[in-house]
Design a protein around this ligand. Structure first.
Ligand code: RTP
Ligand code: MG
Length: 143
């Protein structure tokens, strides 16, 4: 399988619950390397742009309120099959449906506050990485 990159967010609920390190460990223990990362407070505009594909959905305003409710960690993960691997590690969108041992099963409380985001395709990953990081901020020289 090819080495690829995906984009990930540790959402405000998981940052507030002090679970950044636990979630990073899931990545590192499963063959994903953090090649860029920063903590930030999303503005309403930044969050709305990120989730633009959901702008017509009934949950959009709640989603934006939640994503701007506190700081997030944003990161680029690199590894073999990184996009699907990260989705597998996160588990289903609704933690009630997430398999035992997944990030959302272990750290999320509801479908609205579900601990993590991960790109859903290679195309989304490329767009989302570029939305948060410049090329110079991605440190794939670390080997
Ligand atoms: P994400 O984009 O955050 O990684 O999550 P996802 O692909 O698993 O789910 P997606 O369909 O893209 O939805 C984005 C986020 O919107 C919230 N959501 N709420 N109340 C609802 O029915 C509902 N559906 C989605 C979740 O926080 C979800 O992660
Ligand atoms: Mg999604």
């Amino acid at each position: 399988m090819a080495v690829e990159r995906t984009f990930s967010i540790v959402k405000p609920d998981a940052v507030a619950a002090n679970n950044i390190g636990e979630i990073y460990s899931r990545f590192e223990n499963n063959g994903l390397r953090i090649v860029a990362a920063k903590m930030m407070q999303l503005t309403k505009e930044k969050a709305e742009g990120f989730y633009a594909e959901h702008s017509e959905r009934g949950f959009f305003n709640d989603l934006i309120s939640f994503m701007t409710s506190g700081p997030v960690m944003v990161q680029v993960l690199e590894g073999e099959g990184a996009v699907m691997k990260n989705r597998d590690l996160m588990g289903a969108t609704n933690p009630k449906d997430a398999a035992p041992g997944t990030i959302r099963a272990d750290f999320a409380t509801s479908i609205d506050e579900n601990a993590a985001h991960g790109s859903d395709s290679a195309e989304s990953a490329a767009r989302e990485i570029a939305y948060f990081f410049s090329d110079a901020e991605i440190c794939d020289r670390i080997r």
